[in-house]
Ligand binder design. Sequence first.
Ligand code: PMP
Length: 422
Amino acid sequence: AVQGPTRRRSVREAKEVSRSFSLPLLSEAWKMQYLFDENGRRYLDAFAGIVTVSCGHCHPEVLNAIMEQSKVLQHATTIYLHHAIADFAEALASKMPGNLKVVYFVNSGSEANELAMMMARLYTGNLDMISLRNAYHGGSSATIGLTALNTWKYPIPQGEIHHVVNPDPYRGIFGTDANLYAKDVQDHIDFGTSGKVAGFIAETIQGVGGAVELAPGYLKLVYDIVHKAGGVCIADEVQTGFGRTGSHYWGFETQGVIPDIVTMAKGIGNGLPLGAVVTTPEIASVLAQKILFNTFGGNPVCSAGGLAVLRVIDQEKRQAHCSDIGSHLLERLRALQQRHEIIGDVRGRGLMVGVELVTDRNEKTPAKAETAVLFEKLRELGVLVGKGGLHGNVFRIKPPMCFTRDDADFLVDALDYAISKL
Ligand code: PMP
């Protein structure tokens, strides 16, 4: 077990001193795709922290990069340039298509989306933003307005934000017809705004919303509509980026579009607090005359870690691995769906997978209570997954990208067993 300077606490004691975590599981150590609790018991982390750990917990190469950087320059503030930030920005920009070449660093996904929204408004001179229902773009006071999940019951400063129907092929009111969903965007612009918008933001696979992939062709149609209304298009790649979808490095590529602004966080730093916004020189120029200050954004240690993440994904061929293991996982889950009525839908790409549970397949009645029971049961069996979706009835399987075929089998067998005991 890991020895630290702190005294050993019970789960209850630890919960009392920190209210910001929710599972009754006191983790002692994490290694690649595994977590060890205070009794040394091993769990398979099929949720990568919260989709944060791209390469693996304490991945040796990322760890080494962080430690080496800490020895020479641990903090520089945004005022002073340093090689770690420049090296990382250059490497990140080299991964982007088109003219997406200017990089800003922040500390989280919410901050990245705040900055993207501010850029869109400054650049276009318009105020109205459009986001999808069932979206998650942040928990800060501005981005919570873009977030549109009914479980997020905070007083929301909606401002000029319009939530359009999300093109959900499983539950969506227009089925898989991208044209009808795109028309909803046009209607919002025509009837809810002056005709001019600042920006449109979407995840290509809605993460917290339950691994909902957007209907094929949707983003192409909507990007066109938004550009005609004077707006810019933002891709939130906080969960879908860095090869996790297997087929592509960035989620937006699955829809054949190039955004004007891309936001990233989570997997970018393998768990370090890091976020980024990448845009074109033209859009970035609106910030040139302004003071943009972020004390920790792009700090040397996170930058070195982020650079190592990019290297590991390439060297270990993680994108292809996500594609391979993801196909196997999806195939096995679909076979499970044949045997268990409760599995209403299995969907996703690469290692970004959703399993939606229903009590009635025709009505698609959300099996919310059963999902909660199975979630606990899976934990007892040593498997950690995420839970989400508008109705809390979707298992989210998004493990670190080092997840193996054996891990996938272990997870599916555990789920099979848990469902059979319901
Ligand atoms: N965008 C997406 C798609 C997310 O999933 C999240 C976090 N769940 C965020 C933005 C916000 O990121 P953070 O929690 O780092 O602020």
